[in-house]
Structures are given as structure tokens and as C-alpha cells.
Ligand binder design. Sequence first.
Ligand code: SF4
Length: 210
Amino acid sequence: MNLEEKKKKLKEITKRVANCKKCPLYKNTTQSVPGEGNPQAEVMFIGEGPGYWEDQQGRPFVGRAGKLLDNLLQLIKLPRKSIFITNIVKHRPPGNRDPLPQEIEACREFLDAQIEIINPKIIITLGRFSLNKFLPGEFISKIHGQARFVEFGGRKKVVIPMYHPAAALRNEGIMKELKSDFQKISKFLESFSFKEEDKEKETDKQLSFL
Ligand code: SF4
């Protein structure tokens, strides 16, 4: 899919999300937050759901957690405009509560379509809800910062689970872990070949950059 096709398809998703009433989350929100970034991103970040500022601005990760994410990206010299950032659910859960399983399921088609269109090499999950999408039953405290291969939509993907920046803002220990995990992204981008044949060979192999 070329760049123009990707842009067109992503715009279609944005429109569908803006008009979506598949779950009750759209009620009492200011607007939808479909996600944003480079349609050809090699790295895609997936968080949980929009918070207050995201709901106000219609953009993902623009509040305090977003500022931290920006700082972490600067730390590893990965420009925000080079990546794509989105969430598991595209409307803000009331009072920033956790999204419910039925809401995540209702919203799944939009995220799945974004992943298919962008086709990133690396997916960074931020927090336990996006972790559970790709690696159900795993615990973030055990596998954060480790790269894993998963099959998604018939394609092999590298998934690196990380703590959510909001959790790091509440806990200094998690902040340290998150910074350390971020350093591994650039190492990973530098050191691993993403040729299709290499991906095949590496299937099911767990990679750790500790
Ligand atoms: S959260 Fe997702 S499924 Fe629910 S209304 Fe918004 S776009 Fe639709």
C-alpha cells in the first residue's frame, strides 16, 4: 500500500471513529481520539484510552503522560512525527476508569485496521490493556522491556511491552524501568534485521535486551 492509500484509509477510520456509537464511551466525551502519526511508521505505540487533555484536544498523549512520552522519545532521538500513537479505545472512559472488556472488543476493529494499514515493524504496548491484546495472560511486571514475536493479522510483529507513562508518573521505580526500557527501542531498531525471511526464522523466539 503506498503512502496516499494509507493516508486515505486512515482518514476513513478517523471519520468512522468520530461517528461511532458501538459502545457507550462516546457519550459525555468532547470528541474522539483516533490516534495520529506517520502512516508509514516503523514503530507504533498503543496506550489505553484518552484522558482529560486528549479528550479536549482530540489528540493522543498530550497531557502529563504525553509530555513524559515526548521526553522519552527525545531521549532515544526518535521523533514523535516518525511514529504512530493510538489507544485501545478511542473515546475517553468516564473519570479515566479502565476500559471494560466489551468496550475494548467494540473498538477492536479500528485498532486492528490501523495496525494493518500502517504495518509497523515494532509495536510498543503501554500498559496492561494493550499488552493483553497481543500477549494475553502475561504480566507487565515480568516481561516489560522484552521483545517478543507475535502473529497478528497473518503477519509477524515484534511487540515490546512497557509500563504506561501515567504509571511511571506515580512511581519512581516504574519511571526508572520505563527509561531503561526505552533505551532498548533504539538498540532494537539498530541491531535487528526486519527482512521477512529473518522474521520467519525468528518466530517464537523471545528476544531480550537486558
Ligand atoms: S470507544 Fe471505540 S467502539 Fe466505543 S464509541 Fe468510541 S470509537 Fe466506538
